[in-house]
Design a protein around this ligand. Structure first.
Ligand code: ZN
Length: 272
C-alpha cells in the first residue's frame, strides 16, 4: 500500500532511501535524531495503537533515515510519513483512524482557521443561493445589489452561529462525560482543531450547487452525512474514546444545532 520514499510533509528531507531498507531494526545503532524528531517529551502518537512516541524516524549518519518502531504494538509509529499526501487524503476520506492520527498528532498542519472560514463561506453561499432561488419572482428589491450582499452576510452569521452551537453541544456532552472518557484532562483545543479540520467535506457544497441538477438536495444530505462521519471519527481519535461516546457527542451537537435552527426559523431569520 505504501508508495515509498517520499517525505512530502517534511521539507528538506529529500533522501529517504534508507527508510524502507532499515524498517524494523532500531536497536543497537548510534542514532542522531533530527531537529524535528528530537524532543524531550512524547509529542507524537503511534497511529496504530495511539501510544505516545518521542519520534517518528531517526536520521542516522550518512543520510540514512529509519522509521521508528512502536514499543507497544511493534509496528511503525507512523507509516504515513513516507506516503504521498494524496494517499493520506484518500485514507482520511475513507475515515481511517490511522490517517486521522497522522494528521492530528504527527503533522504541523495549521490551516484549521482558514478552512473553517472557507467552509462557512461555502455554507453561506449555499443558503444565500437557496434564498435567491426562493425569492426569484417575488422580491421587488431583487435588483438592489447591497440587499443581496446583506443577505449573504446574514447567512454567514447564521451558519457561524449554527456551527458554534454544534460544537457547543459536542463540548458540553464531552465535558459532562469527562470522568469516564479519559484519565487525564481532555485536550479540547486539539479537539476543536480536529473538528474544524474534519469539516473539510463542506467544501463539496460549492460544486454541488454550481453543477445544479435534480439530485442536488440528495448531494447536500450526503455531504452532511460525510461531514458528520468525519467529525465522529475526529472526536474518537482525538480523545481516544469509544464509538458510542463519540456518536452521542455528535447527537448532542446536532440537538443543540437543531434548537438554534428552530430558534432562527421562529425569528424568521433563516430561509426555513
Ligand atoms: Zn503502536
Amino acid at each position: 500500500m505504501g508508495t515509498g520514499g517520499r517525505y512530502g510533509l517534511r521539507p528538506g528531507k529529500g533522501n529517504a532511501e534508507g527508510v524502507v531498507a532499515g524498517k524494523g531494526n532500531t536497536d543497537g545503532v548510534a542514532a542522531t535524531p533530527t531537529p524535528t524528531a528530537a524532543s524531550a517529551s512524547c509529542q507524537y502518537r503511534c497511529i496504530e495503537c495511539n501510544q505516545e512516541a518521542k519520534e517518528l524516524y531517526r536520521d542516522y549518519n550518512h543520510g540514512v533515515l529509519k522509521i521508528t518502531i512502536c514499543k507497544s504494538c511493534q509496528k511503525p509509529v507512523d507509516k504515513y510519513i513516507e506516503y504521498d499526501p494524496v494517499i493520506i487524503l484518500i485514507n482520511a476520506i475513507l475515515c481511517k483512524a490511522q490517517a486521522y492520527r497522522h494528521i492530528l498528532f504527527n503533522t504541523k498542519i495549521n490551516m484549521h482557521g482558514k478552512l473553517c472560514i472557507f467552509c462557512l463561506l461555502c455554507e453561506a453561499y449555499l443558503r444565500w443561493w437557496q434564498l435567491q432561488d426562493s425569492n426569484q419572482n417575488t422580491d421587488p428589491d431583487d435588483f438592489i445589489r447591497y440587499a443581496k450582499e446583506w443577505d449573504f452576510y446574514r447567512m454567514f452569521a447564521i451558519a457561524s452561529l449554527e456551527q458554534a452551537a454544534f460544537f457547543t453541544g459536542i463540548f458540553t456532552f464531552l465535558w459532562v462525560e469527562r470522568p469516564t472518557t479519559a484519565k487525564k484532562k481532555p485536550d479540547f483545543i486539539l479537539l476543536l482543531k480536529a473538528l474544524l479540520l474534519s469539516s473539510y467535506g463542506k467544501l463539496l457544497l460549492i460544486p454541488a450547487v454550481i453543477w445544479e441538477h435534480d439530485y442536488t438536495s440528495l448531494c447536500l444530505r450526503l455531504i452532511k452525512v460525510f461531514v458528520l462521519t468525519s467529525n465522529f471519527q475526529a472526536i474518537r481519535v482525538t480523545l481516544n474514546i469509544s464509538r458510542k461516546l463519540s456518536f452521542l457527542a455528535i447527537v448532542s451537537g446536532l440537538l443543540v444545532e437543531s434548537t438554534m435552527v428552530y430558534f432562527f426559523q421562529r425569528m424568521e431569520w433563516d430561509v426555513g
